[in-house]
Design a binder for this molecule. Structure first.
Ligand code: GDP
Ligand code: IMO
Ligand code: MG
Length: 423
């Protein structure tokens, strides 16, 4: 497979990290193109568990070069910690990692203002990860952001950092909030800037040279389609384009360099943070999904909201991203159920709706229409090929394929690398 983009088709945490890790075996370059350390991508290899936030999940395969592209917002302190943690665990990260000159940097003032905005919103808060993601993208668009290339120029970095920190400190003081200790923050930033500067490159050139050589490039989406700032359940979204176009803008590659789009969807649905979620279950089934699927945020530890598979939202997401195929993850979590439901339509004000509405208030009022499938009453975690799956499981996947109007190419039946097979 040449160049492939992987995107989440739901509200994030679809198991993208796990699938990237499996695909990275064949990839020469793995690229993050949007988001920041709001992402938490979990990879399990044997008894070891890794949670990647900024570094592409391909880092666990020695053969792949990892690129943090221009579309990513990067907290340099968090990146440095992540590198150090992986190096402690035996990975030689720095020679295999590049950070775009054009990436935007996230500082503590972004995180503080993220929290302040949330408090001001009160009951209407978004439920952000408080990693400063929205404010860092706002600075980018306001043309006052500080970029990866600034890490190579300490004097310029200091002057820009202090100017921005002072700007935000005025806001914090006016709001009666704690402000940033600019001197001590700068000391921390300066120390990691020295360490990160050698990783900073024009990654557009890296990717285009790799493509010209015929290398395989894998683009690792973060978050999910319904958290996309344009297409998601606005305003309950993140601040970047999580959908396939984000890979072009946030990686610096043209659409005609993308050969394949893989969408990742859980066999049910979860959401962290606030916002509409039509199939959310606030009952024993929801609890069983959360407990069986260990549905707690990889970044914030928050319990994830859980519900049945939403074919309305996921079909729209598959269409929007132009997916060639879908990876269905966490199928094993449904082993525990006697009956499984799939949402095939919404009832909104008495009307049957089969296309995801673009108005968030309409999604808020959507009542899911379900069809029921029999459970399979067997454990699938040991299954290693499609044909070994119980017939009822195959029927469930066949129904999803029909509803999503997309091929299902990959199935995952556990968190470990080996618990994955082609459909
Ligand atoms: P991401 O953000 O899309 O990479 O997903 P997360 O890592 O935040 O959440 C997915 C969680 O499900 C992680 O704890 C994974 O280890 C786990 N996981 C992934 N695939 C499977 C699977 O097929 N079955 C089970 N039981 N867990 C899985
Ligand atoms: P991965 O890559 C799930 C959610 C937050 C909140 C909203 C905005 O692991 O799938 P932000 O901090 O981005 O401004 O928060 O987006 N969110 C995620 N939910 N998975 C993620 O990433 C997420 N990243 C952000 O919970 O609702
Ligand atoms: Mg996650």
């Amino acid at each position: 497979m040449a160049n492939q983009v992987l995107v989440g088709l739901q509200w994030g945490d679809e198991g993208k990290g796990k699938i990237i890790d499996v695909l990275a075996e064949e990839a020469d370059v793995v690229v993050r193109f949007q988001g920041g350390n709001n992402a938490g991508h979990t990879v399990e290899v044997g008894d070891e568990k890794f949670v990647l936030h900024l570094i592409p999940s391909g880092i666990l395969h020695e053969g792949s070069l990892c690129v943090i592209g221009n579309g990513v917002v990067v907290n340099p302190l968090a990146l440095y910690d992540e590198i150090t943690e992986l190096e402690k665990r035996g990975f030689d990260v720095c020679p295999r990692l590049q950070l775009s000159t054009r990436s935007q940097l996230v500082f503590s003032y972004h995180c503080l203002i993220d929290g302040l905005f949330e408090r001001k919103l009160g009951d209407n808060k978004i439920g952000t990860t408080k990693r400063g993601i929205g404010p860092a993208y706002a600075d980018k668009v306001n043309r006052v952001g500080i970029r990866g290339s600034d890490l190579k120029h300490p004097q310029r970095l200091e002057q820009r950092f202090r100017a921005q920190a002072e700007f935000y400190n005025r806001i914090f003081r006016d709001a009666g909030e704690e402000s940033v200790d600019t001197d001590s923050e700068w000391d921390k930033v300066k120390a990691v800037a020295e360490k990160l500067a050698p990783l900073v490159e024009d990654t557009v050139l890296t990717l285009h040279r790799a493509a010209a050589r015929g290398d395989t490039i894998l683009f690792e989406g973060a978050q999910g389609t319904w958290l996309d700032v344009d297409f998601g359940t606005y305003p309950y979204v993140t601040s970047s384009n999580t959908t396939v176009g984000g890979a072009c803008v946030g990686g610096g590659i043209p659409p005609n360099r993308i050969d394949h789009v893989l969408g990742v969807a859980k066999a049910y649905t979860t959401r962290v943070g606030r916002g509409p979620f039509p199939t959310e279950l606030d009952d024993a089934d929801g609890k069983l999904l959360r407990d069986t699927g260990s549905e707690y945020g990889a970044t914030t530890g928050r319990p994830r909201r859980c519900g049945w598979f939403d074919a309305v939202a996921t079909r729209y997401a598959a269409m929007l991203n132009g997916v060639n195929e879908i990876a269905v993850t966490k199928l094993d979590v449904l082993d525990a159920f006697d009956t499984i439901k799939i949402c095939t339509a919404y009832n909104i004000d008495g009307q049957r709706v089969t296309d995801m509405p673009s108005d968030t208030d309409d999604i808020e009022r959507a009542v899911p229409v379900y069809e029921e499938c029999p459970g399979w009453g067997a454990k699938t975690t040991g299954v290693r090929s499609y044909n070994q799956l119980p017939q009822a499981t195959q029927n469930y996947l066949a129904r999803l394929k029909e509803l999503l109007q997309s091929d299902i190419g990959i199935v995952s039946v556990g968190p470990e690398r080996t618990q994955t097979f082609r459909a």
